[in-house]
Design a protein around this ligand. Sequence first.
Ligand code: ZN
Length: 577
Amino acid sequence: MKQLVVVNVWLDQEFYQLADTLIAVLQHMDIIESIVNIPVQNPSEEEFSSADLNWTKFGSAERHDDVALIPYARVDAFIIGECSKIECPTRFHIERGRKRSKGSLKEYKNDEYLEYRLYWCSFGPENYGEGGGILPSRRYRLNTRNRAARPQSMRGCTCHFVVKRLYARPSLALLIYNDRRHVNKSGFVCHGPLDRDAIGPGAKKIPYICSEIQQQTMSMIYLGIPEENVLEKHIEGIQRYCGSNAKVNSLASQYVQKLGMIIKRSTHELDLDDQASIRMWVERNKKSIFFYQDTSETKPFILGIQTEWQLQQMIRFGHRSLIATDSTFGIKRLKYPLCTLLVFDSRQHALPVAWIITRSIAKPDVSNWMKALLGRVIAVDPGWKVNGFLVDDAAAEIDPIRETFSCPVLFSLWRVRRSWLRNIVKKCCNIEVQREIFKRLGEVVYSIWGGVNYVVALEELTQDFVDQTAFVQYFKATWVPKIEMWLTTMKTLPLASQEASGAIEAYHVKLKVKLYDDSHLGALQRVDWLVHKLTTELHSSYWLDRYADESDSFQNVKDEYIASTSWHRALHIPDTA
Ligand SMILES: [Zn+2]
């Protein structure tokens, strides 16, 4: 029976559907109500797919699922096999996940999960077009003249399955797989060689460009990598799906060229008026926005940006870990300051997972966007929890953080340290003096734990360096009025580690380079420009770093990335230093 299907899928879509129905009828078995007696299947192949498993109907006559039991250790082998089926090569991504800890349930059914993961075909689930609305499937065309064409990856595919690691038997995984066909909501095959929309010269050999390759190619172009290298990587990616031939290569080259042109011609200025331009951007990028409030008489402007990829990183690296802020970036130079939320990835790099552009630090405003952000995370992973929240500004509102994330708040000294150091270097020319002032400032900070009166310590400092007029003036004007607030915050909140502070600072420096280096002054006063820079160049650079680290396909990017972690740099400090 299985063989019959394999032959038929190559013939015609209707035949395929018919055969599918036939199978369902022929294979109609009794519905079982408990999974206890389902045999565990462990195919001998290195990788296997749903076609290699026998599926059992589990549930009741009204509602039942197709299920199979496999060893938990073989889940990856199943996913790889399912991705490489010839009639529908694809990738599956985690659309939703949940976890509970062992021993947390007193009573449980035998199909209860310890870990729950919903995998969705990366050509779905939605079919996004401009405005975030759902578009009908349309012909695959490379020569599209419509610049705002939706990503070719989004085909509205409904194929998805669930992997449940069993609570009662953690060594086993229950697969639930009802929608095994790669069809859209209307029931048509929506990608792969059987997609009717893809029929055309050579189309059967050219798969849609999946979101991963598209993101990779876009990121490389945004980062200014030479076109021949972009093309090489692009073809490498496509060949994983469809093998090598001259036609594929020539189309790929056209694709990369066109994408490069579209990107080069694309502008942040969707309208001459910045506010109108931002409104249009928001309308077109709904999926990447978690909070938006336009300026009005009563409300300040707030824009919260988080791409799908950033959301995944926040879930992955933020859970039971730390979130940090780089706040008030560009407070003097940008139209509205930028606040970045960061997580620390597997190499302890600070990774931006959300950007908030606003001038307001009022409690209700902060609370609103924080709740929206947390809501977005919880909707995907209800068990998500953060262990600590690092702030870098003594004026930051702590209550909204505690109320929203229910976690301890820590304080990072990187901002004050950096600010002092920069000004010392700028305003005092003698290295010995620089060193001494910095040391003494450190003593002022540490005095708060030693019971020494900081006012006296500060007084002595300004007296001793009275000849350093530029620095003393700066310090009196900028820091004396608020030093008490900063020292109190340092004393009341636990301090973040030096590694974490170093990682936040590294992000801050990178942001500065990306934003300020090649920008003319007028741009800094436009929010649309800032949004464009963040979501294209900066996002691409972090995306590529992570991708290189995990896929091993960009060895040089990966090496640079690893070498730039503070831990790695620390290894190269000679012992005599
Ligand atoms: Zn699919």
